[in-house]
Design a protein around this ligand. Sequence first.
Ligand code: DCP
Ligand code: MG
Length: 407
Amino acid sequence: MYSPEAPRLIAHLDMDAFYASVELLRYPELRGRPVVIGGGRRHQPQTLPDGTRRFATLREYTGRGVITTSTYEARALGVFSAMGTMKAARLAPDAVLLPVDFDEYRKYSRLFKAAVRAIAPQVEDRGIDEIYIDLSELPGVHADGGRRIGEQLKQAVREATGLSCSIGITPNKLLSKLCSELDKPDGLTLLRMEDIPVRIWPLAARKVNGIGPKASEKLAALGLHTIGDIAAAEPAFLVQQFGAHYGGWLVQMAQGRDDRPVVTHSEPVSISRETTFERDLHAVRDRATLSDIFTGLCVELAGDLQRKGYASRTIGIKLRFDDFKSVTRDLTLPAHTMDARAIRRAAGLCLKRVDLSRRLRLLGVRAGALARLADLVAPHPAAEPAAGVAEPAPRYGLPLFDTLESR
Ligand code: DCP
Ligand code: MG
């Protein structure tokens, strides 16, 4: 029986070029070509009368979208996730551009996770294309450091989805997350604590989950570029520079130590929907368009909640203006809701608390304070804003988007 003192074996599994690989299942003729995912509906491939398909290329793209992911062939041309699509077009004008189809990716996400759970049930969901798996208690797993199970998992994922993934297997989540990337795509990387100096210390500090752009900039300014640099630094110096908490974590991290458990039951903190407009929109001049988009986001968000089985008590909005400044507002309701109208009403009240004189580039709606529907005794699908939260008078005397009721 596994005891907490015994070394653990944790896997981190991450799908390879996930959105792009799912698209290649439908469009196998694109295999081997640079392909990026990030277009809109107008980039849907056209089927010609002779049955062949015509694909949009980046060359034709105008707009302000960003790339969600790219095939390895496109990455070889310098095109990566989160890059502006226009910039990508300059680097790889002939790359194929495909629209994003989240429903399809979610379907494959469910499929690969189910395939893994059938072999190893201790799964922590980390998003659409990655999971941690605690292998520690699987029979025989310690005999070969998890290699046989790792191969079995990759095979099961391939059979269930037709897709490849990369897996790292090590004594903890920190190391496994680093290792799943070491041999992408289609990798299986095993690592023991004694391998850390050779395999982990040469890696850039920013590869570590928990070292963001700010921390890695500060580390670099101190001359600490790799994980090994951090391991070689004086612990007292790190604590002095980064504080007891983060500095202390850096010390442990660099030695490859991480006790975090694999958490198999987690609840989302919030669910949100947002959209960046094709062009900046103004609350007055583009009122009808904005109102439609705003309502659409609320309807989608309500759909997300209903599908996932959650109700929310805090509805928030996010706006980004043409000067890239963002604001958020939220409102707590008297009861949980998953109703599009109630969400739209609450979001509309939030909106009244924002100065809308600048043009907008992004609009988002968020549902927080989530509760599982099953845990709610009597859900109130059309919860009103809390008593006492009277509709605040608009502070800026500007016409606001129509409310759903008045349309
Ligand atoms: N994604 C996104 N925006 C980003 C990064 C990723 O929308 N800035 C989406 C698209 C990816 C998916 O999330 O397919 C998974 O992200 P990964 O970072 O795991 O990237 P990939 O799976 O695409 O590639 P890799 O093979 O490097 O894992
Ligand atoms: Mg991935």
